[in-house]
Design a protein around this ligand. Structure first.
Ligand SMILES: Cc1ncc(COP(=O)(O)O)c(C=O)c1O
Length: 390
């Protein structure tokens, strides 16, 4: 039965330019994608290193399917824990230099499960205002008190730490690279404050792994603070080119998560081929720093180009570049104009981003060619002028 709530909600979303729908990509996720038989330049994927259709990752998945079949058959704690899961967890713990690791089927499930197994009523979580929705949902589910500090504002964080000392357990949680703004969390300062106020630390490296740090270990590597972070969570679904997520930390902490995280206990293990593909991706990240170098060369190229034509590409240089146009209708118009010129960049609107900050979320890949970036820059300039944005 379609009731008034359903109809009215959809109508409200449409009226506010917030109704969303999906486009179908025909074939592989790459710098160029096919939609309805037409080719588009893809500048909105999280496939930062271009590994999602890399032959080495495809082969790892094929081999695993041949060796272990497709489905895991049960939850990991029953009989769905296969060689591929264990191999990935052991590798990730060694790669991250932690005692232990457990993997989840998605990053969303990881954040919701880890947070709700670590804290509850009587505890408090200090949370950056722009943290990912899965972190917010995990905190809400846990029943802990949530205090949201201003985005990357260490004075505001300290003020909140000072005025909220009487809780059983205190944790600071932050994205390391913010998914819609591309900013980097000041982990060096966060770690100092955590020590001063006796807090645990939890980072989400979804957009940091493979992208930041000399060896691609993320923002923890960039600031050299890995040993001061209690929970290192991240995903295999972005730069790794696969699917799923990890939680790295001390053995007892991981044992707690394995026993308590409902999104781990009460779900079937990820397909072993997914774990094998993730492992292959992490090995590529570790052994091929030149991919990261190519990504940063491309980021630099776009930044310089955008500034040159009068756009403000944001305060931190990362592969996530927000072009904020404020108004949702304007963001949709911009995205549509680009689409007509065979460029794919989705409009990101509230509630994914705060009200009045609708934007194009432009992302760069290591595998973009210079001429593709120049094509994009020419059209961004042309449309920006046409829409009165620059
Ligand atoms: C910061 C952050 N954390 C978690 C997630 C969820 O990861 P997944 O897509 O693997 O569920 C995402 C994106 O999807 C993200 O951007």
């Amino acid at each position: 039965m379609i009731d008034a709530y359903i109809t009215n909600t959809l109508e409200d979303l449409q009226r506010g330019n917030r109704l969303r729908s999906m486009r179908t990509i025909n074939g592989a996720q790459s710098t160029r994608v096919s939609i309805d038989g037409k080719e588009y330049l893809n500048f909105c994927s999280n496939n930062y290193l271009g590994l999602a259709d890399d032959p080495r990752i495809r082969r790892a998945a094929f081999h695993s399917i041949e060796a272990s079949g497709f489905g895991a058959g049960a939850s990991r704690l029953v009989c769905g824990n296969l060689d591929e899961h264990t191999a990935l967890e052991q590798y990730m713990a060694a790669f991250k230099g932690t005692e232990s690791c457990v993997v989840f089927s998605t990053g969303y499930m990881a954040n919701v499960g880890i947070i709700s197994s670590l804290v509850g009523r009587g505890d408090i979580v200090f949370c950056d205002k722009l943290n990912h929705a899965s972190i917010i949902d995990g905190i809400i589910l846990s029943g802990a008190t949530m205090k949201r500090y201003k985005h990357r504002d260490m004075q505001d964080l300290e003020r909140q730490l000072q005025t909220n000392q009487d809780y059983k357990k205190k944790i600071i949680i932050t994205d390391t690279v913010f998914s819609m703004d591309g900013g980097i969390a000041p982990l060096d300062q966060i770690v100092k404050l955590a020590k001063q106020y006796n807090c645990m630390t939890y980072v989400d490296e979804a957009h940091g792994l493979g992208v930041i740090g000399k060896n691609g270990k993320g923002v923890v590597e960039h600031f050299d603070v890995a040993d001061d972070i209690d929970i290192q969570m991240g995903t295999f679904s972005k730069a790794v080119g696969s699917f799923g997520a990890y939680c790295c930390g001390k053995k007892e902490l991981i044992d707690l998560v394995i026993n308590k995280a409902r999104s781990f206990v009460y779900t079937t293990g990820m397909p072993p081929s997914t774990a094998a593909a993730s492992l292959a991706g992490v090995k590529i990240i570790e052994n091929h720093p030149e991919l990261r170098q190519k990504l940063w060369d491309n980021v630099q190229h776009i930044y310089t180009g955008l500034k040159g034509v009068g756009f403000n590409p944001g305060y931190c240089m990362t592969p996530i570049i927000p072009i904020i146009v404020k108004d949702s209708q304007m963001a949709l118009a911009f995205s549509k104009e680009l689409f007509e010129r065979n460029i794919l960049i989705s409009a990101i609107r509230p509630p994914t981003v705060p009200v009045n900050t609708a934007r194009l979320r432009l992302t760069v890949m290591a595998t973009h060619q210079e001429k593709e970036i120049d094509y994009l820059l020419n059209h961004l300039e042309d449309i920006g002028k046409k829409l009165g944005l620059i």
